[in-house]
Design a protein around this ligand. Structure first.
Ligand SMILES: Cc1cc2nc3c(=O)[nH]c(=O)nc-3n(C[C@H](O)[C@H](O)[C@H](O)COP(=O)(O)OP(=O)(O)OC[C@H]3O[C@@H](n4cnc5c(N)ncnc54)[C@H](O)[C@@H]3O)c2cc1C
Ligand SMILES: NC(=O)c1ccc[n+]([C@@H]2O[C@H](COP(=O)([O-])OP(=O)(O)OC[C@H]3O[C@@H](n4cnc5c(N)ncnc54)[C@H](OP(=O)(O)O)[C@@H]3O)[C@@H](O)[C@H]2O)c1
Ligand SMILES: *[C@@H]1O[C@H](CO)[C@@H](O)[C@H](O)[C@H]1NC(C)=O
Ligand SMILES: *[C@@H]1O[C@H](CO)[C@@H](O)[C@H](O)[C@H]1NC(C)=O
Length: 480
């Protein structure tokens, strides 16, 4: 039987120990256990004492992109896990891992069981470049590449080919810089992180010595932030390799831009154009690997070698900018350029997918259409996180927009717009459905067994954790 379910019914006072005397609770479920799911739950639990929150997660392990996205060399970012763990251990909160909503249970079944349903399942797909050759071997989406080095089970088989000298990354956001760092960072640094062991082994044998990070617009439109740029600039064993011509008009454009953009651009200019001091020059002379931005270039085609098996380069359209500032548009000049490379990683953004035909979905924006987190034309249905806003923003942004959604839920409870007058079965009926369908949820204490095992394996090799790489193994440890 479903141990996770029975255990939660006990602790919620539904069975055993005599039920509590308080009136029946408002039952809300959250779909997805990334930052959006956890921050929504946190705010709901705090706002009203009569709310219970159940979190359904597809994987046996929680935390979404905090586990499978955030770069292994950014451990401090993962401290939010402590807050999420407190939420998960709240007496009015329950976690059901290993439940794929849309497949194991439908959204309308959840709506029947709960007063309110919050969709916060993130953006699991990659945007497509829409260029010829993007399906060739040697072309990867950043989403898959990141998933591979971070142990996302569905990316386990990626085993990217790192036997080339030059790698091209398309897109200049923070994800692009994460990927560049992982490709170029000294193994002595990466080996001490929670990067997967297969990734460490592949990187030990990597031939990649040069990484070009290509943007369709100019230096003043670059999408990364200054902290991440500074990490590249200071990355041990590497030196920057830029093209002065790319920065021709930048100093002038600098006058009118907001301060964060100005500081970012100044660091770019300094890195690209300034003659380095003696110490920095010495550092650069010793470098064995290089990285650089290329601007005003859009991909047209990835092409293969004579045998048509391995990629040998990428054809780029040369752009010019129309307009200025953040909204400047790249327009084609008609000029074309080729860059030799053996690896292309497309880092032009993530994309949400619809998970259930009954839920409204905007295919153009790839989000669930909503007003302040209330799904349009769907009473009792809400959304938060990247599914609500699109795939941009740091964890703090996701936290803010998830709190906003939770506020909408609470407002609707207070106003009676969200009707809680009839009792709902909540996890009780969902667990019965799952049992019929032979789906066994993973509880939060089951996850803690996985966590303990991963930490133990990590300790043995000097890493904060050694992640389990397959769903099967996760389930085996959870049920041991
Ligand atoms: C590569 C990368 C690195 C990043 N690094 C940083 C960083 O260093 N610092 C920072 O502040 N921000 C970083 N971010 C941004 C941050 O990760 C996001 O803001 C945040 O994770 C978005 O939260 P979310 O909950 O909407 O989505 P997610 O974190 O993706 O969570 C969605 C969850 O839903 C689950 N799910 C999906 N489908 C289903 C389903 N059908 N049924 C049940 N569950 C489902 C998923 O398994 C996942 O656990 C990074 C993002 C990426 C892509
Ligand atoms: N350390 C951190 O804090 C950290 C780490 C990783 C991620 N994150 C956050 O997570 C979010 C997602 O990051 P991201 O890097 O995936 O997205 P992003 O910041 O939106 O960057 C996407 C990049 O892809 C380019 N691009 C988009 N469509 C393109 C196309 N069709 N052709 C060519 N280029 C295209 C964009 O250029 P244009 O500007 O021209 O559109 C931009 O350079 C961001 O908010 C990021 O800050 C944070
Ligand atoms: C990204 O996703 C699309 C599907 O939308 C796929 O066709 C494409 O090959 C993927 N990969 C890259 C590198 O864009
Ligand atoms: C989140 O909201 C707070 C308070 O409204 C604000 O000060 C902060 O700048 C916001 N953070 C982000 C990243 O949007």
């Amino acid at each position: 039987s479903n141990v996770a379910c029975i255990r939660s019914l006990y602790s919620a006072g539904v069975i055993g120990r005599g039920a509590s005397s308080s009136p029946s609770p408002s039952k809300i479920c959250v779909i997805g256990s990334g930052p959006a799911g956890f921050y929504t739950a946190q705010h709901l639990l705090k706002a009203r004492q009569d709310i219970v929150v159940d979190i359904y997660e597809r994987l046996p392990v929680p935390f979404g992109l905090v586990r499978f996205g955030v770069a292994p060399d950014h451990p401090e970012v993962k401290n939010v896990i402590n807050t999420f763990t407190q939420t998960a251990n709240h007496p009015r909160c329950h976690f059901y891992g290993n439940v794929n909503v849309g497949k194991d249970v439908s959204v309308s079944e959840l709506q029947q069981a709960y007063h309110g349903v919050v969709l916060s399942y993130g953006a699991e797909a990659n945007r497509s470049m829409g260029v010829q050759g993007e399906d060739l071997a040697g072309v990867y989406s950043a989403k898959d590449f990141v998933g591979w080095y971070n142990g996302l089970p569905s990316c386990r088989e990626l085993t990217p080919d790192l036997s080339c000298d030059t790698a091209v990354i398309l897109g200049q956001g923070n994800v692009a810089l994460d990927v560049a760092r992982v490709l170029l960072a000294p193994l002595s640094i990466l080996k001490k992180t929670d990067i997967t062991q297969p990734a460490v082994e592949a990187l030990v044998h990597s031939q990649v010595r040069r990484v070009l990070i290509i943007g369709r617009r100019g230096p003043t439109q670059i999408a990364c932030t200054i902290k991440e740029l500074r990490e590249m600039v200071n990355l041990p064993g590497t030196r920057p390799e830029m093209k002065a011509a790319d920065f021709a008009e930048v100093s002038e454009a600098l006058k009118d831009v907001p301060r964060p953009r100005k500081r970012l651009t100044e660091l770019l200019l300094k890195t690209a154009l300034e003659v380095p001091g003696e110490k920095e020059q010495e550092r650069r002379n010793k470098a064995t690997r290089t990285w650089g931005f290329r601007f005003y270039r859009s991909p047209i085609e990835v092409f293969a070698d004579a045998e048509g098996k391995k990629i040998s380069g990428i054809r780029l359209a040369v752009n010019k900018l129309e307009g200025s500032g953040e909204g400047a548009q790249a327009v084609l000049t008609g000029e074309v350029e080729e860059v030799s490379c053996g690896l292309v990683i497309s880092s032009i953004g993530y994309k949400s997918l619809p998970i259930d035909p009954s839920v409204p979905f905007d295919p153009c924006k790839a989000i669930v259409p909503n007003t302040l987190g209330r799904v349009q034309q769907a009473k009792g249905l809400y959304c938060s996180g990247w599914l609500k806003t699109g795939p941009t923003g740091v964890i703090a942004t996701t936290m803010n927009n998830s709190f906003d959604t939770a506020r909408s839920v609470v407002e609707d409870l207070n106003s009676g717009t969200l009707d809680v007058s009839t009792e709902k079965p909540g996890s009780q009926s969902i667990c019965a459905l799952l049992e019929q369908r032979r789906v066994k949820p993973v509880s939060f204490s089951d996850w803690e067994k996985i966590n303990t095992e991963e930490t133990r394996r990590g300790e043995a090799v000097g890493k904060p954790r050694e992640k389990l790489l397959s769903v099967e193994e996760m389930l085996r440890v959870a049920r041991a």
